[in-house]
Design a protein around this ligand. Structure first.
Ligand code: SDX
Length: 428
């Protein structure tokens, strides 16, 4: 097979190298396109056909429904690894041994104090503030209290920044929830595991002993693993492009949180629950909402369905759907919302509009049902997504900086006014 692509523009043929990845994906290297064609560029709204980088972190095959982190299948990691093991794997490229994992966790715990002045920032927010806006602001504020920028060429400096954000972020997540509920803000308990500590920080009451529920701990650990990375999605691309200007790690992560907030992206898990609640309120009339989703005049979309890359079942959705049944049964919760979700899924999987467009349930379709069963408020669902995606964002940011990638600055095709002569105000 040829290792070149040929493009003919205005009768002139130009050749561009083909690059093949380790999973035999092929890319046309167009780094010289504009120079060799006298200014011709490509255009690709939403970057549906455009690769922004070469990456060794996550591989997914949307047609086959495959997802792997550093070569390990998501099914194996979700079943056999812990979230901290997966965070280490994504960021440093290998699964840690017992000693490395122990050190990683203790270094994270050592960094889990947040400057008390950050309370003043969170106190300034109204209780009605959406937790994602609060979290993005507090993450950016970390820069003010940890001003030294990361020297990515120093392994030690990079490692210290990684454990710093992995230690502080869960505190910010918990404070965001506790603030809304009028509970005092504290720093958790370093004698606990990472996920246990997250749950205790979020839910413990100052006048009661907090009792861990192992079902909830295991379910949250699995959910965080399933959300940990997903190659060049909207928020990860945001983290990479902000970091490409050599903005700091915390600032880049804050931008990623804002991108994740959108209902077309991470905000979909909240939108799914709100949609299912609306259908329940409407007497469970799923057919009405299916019709709305197919009506081009109606802006309504079936939230939790469809995906830019998966044109098969999202492997994460399969795992989460299985967990939803287990968690609700183990917790002894009857949730009619789950039945509505399953009914909607069955209808969509047999509906020509969805089948033709290969619209399947994605990671957000069932996750909210489990979060709700854990007692997590709907507005916090996307915050939990951010907690899971944190190691992925860090890994992708680190890779982009270590690869010394140039500042991200796309081109455009100008379609506005051509040159016009200025007319003075008096004559207009
Ligand atoms: C995440 O990128 C990632 O990896 C993201 C993520 C991650 O881990 O980071 O996986 C997490 O963001 C999952 C997606 C969560 N979003 C939602 O569930 C929102 C609902 N889904 C859609 O908005 C949509 O499917 C997107 C945004 C997810 C994908 O949109 P695309 O790839 O731009 O597809 P499209 O909008 O071009 O849709 C193609 C067709 C269109 O119809 P036609 O114009 O061909 O007639 O499918 C239709 C769309 O109208 N369509 C839907 C639909 N999704 C697509 N119609 C009804 N309901 C939907 N959900």
């Amino acid at each position: 097979m040829s290792d070149k692509a040929t493009l003919e523009v205005n009768g002139q043929k130009h050749e561009f190298p083909l690059i093949t990845g380790t999973e035999n994906e092929i890319a046309i290297d167009i780094k010289t396109l504009r120079a060799t064609t006298g200014g011709v560029i490509t255009i690709d709204p939403g970057y549906k056909n455009t690769g922004s980088c070469e990456s060794a972190i996550t591989f997914l095959d949307g047609e086959k429904g495959i997802l792997r982190y550093r070569g390990y299948a998501i099914e194996d990691l979700a079943e056999k690894a812990s979230f901290l093991e997966v965070a280490f794997l994504l960021i440093f490229g290998e699964l840690p041994d017992a000693e490395e994992l122990e050190k990683f966790h203790s270094d994270i715990k050592a960094q889990s104090l947040v400057d008390d002045d950050i309370r003043k920032i969170i106190d300034a927010f109204p209780k009605s503030a959406h937790p994602m806006g609060v979290l993005s602001s507090l993450t950016s504020a970390l820069t003010a209290f940890n001003p030294s920028s990361v020297n990515v060429d120093s392994e030690e400096d990079m490692y210290n920044s990684v454990v710093k954000i992995l230690g502080k972020f869960p505190v910010l997540v918990a404070w965001t929830l506790r603030k809304k509920h009028g509970l005092p803000l504290d720093y958790g308990d370093n004698s606990l595991g990472y996920v246990e500590n997250v749950l205790k920080m979020m839910f413990h009451k100052p006048n009661e002993e907090y009792i861990q529920n192992q079902i909830v701990v295991d379910a949250l650990d699995k959910l965080l693993i399933l959300h940990a990375d997903h190659e060049q999605n909207c928020s990860t691309s945001t983290v990479r492009i902000v970091g490409s200007s050599h903005a700091g790690l915390f600032a880049s992560l804050s931008a990623g949180i804002s991108a994740l907030w959108g209902p077309l992206h991470g905000g979909a898990n909240q939108a799914v629950l709100e949609m299912l609640e609306a259908i329940k309120e409407d007497g469970g009339d799923t057919k009405k909402y299916m019709a709305k989703a197919k009506d081009k005049e109606d802006p309504f979309r079936l939230m939790g369905f469809g995906h830019r890359v998966y044109k098969n079942f999202d492997p994460r959705a399969k795992i989460i759907k299985g967990s939803a049944d287990e968690v609700l049964e183990d917790l002894g919760i009857e949730d009619s919302i789950l039945d509505i979700a399953k009914g909607l899924e069955q209808e969509a999987l047999n509906d020509d509009y969805f089948v033709k467009r290969k619209l399947y349930p994605n990671v957000d379709f069932y996750s909210g049902i489990i979060y709700r069963a854990m007692g997590i408020p709907t507005e916090m669902f996307t915050v939990m997504f951010a907690l899971g995606r944190l190691p992925g964002w860090i890994a992708q940011w680190r890779e982009m900086r270590l690869n010394k990638e140039p500042i991200g600055r796309p081109r455009q095709l100008y379609v506005g006014e051509t040159h016009r002569t200025f007319v003075n105000l008096k004559k207009r």
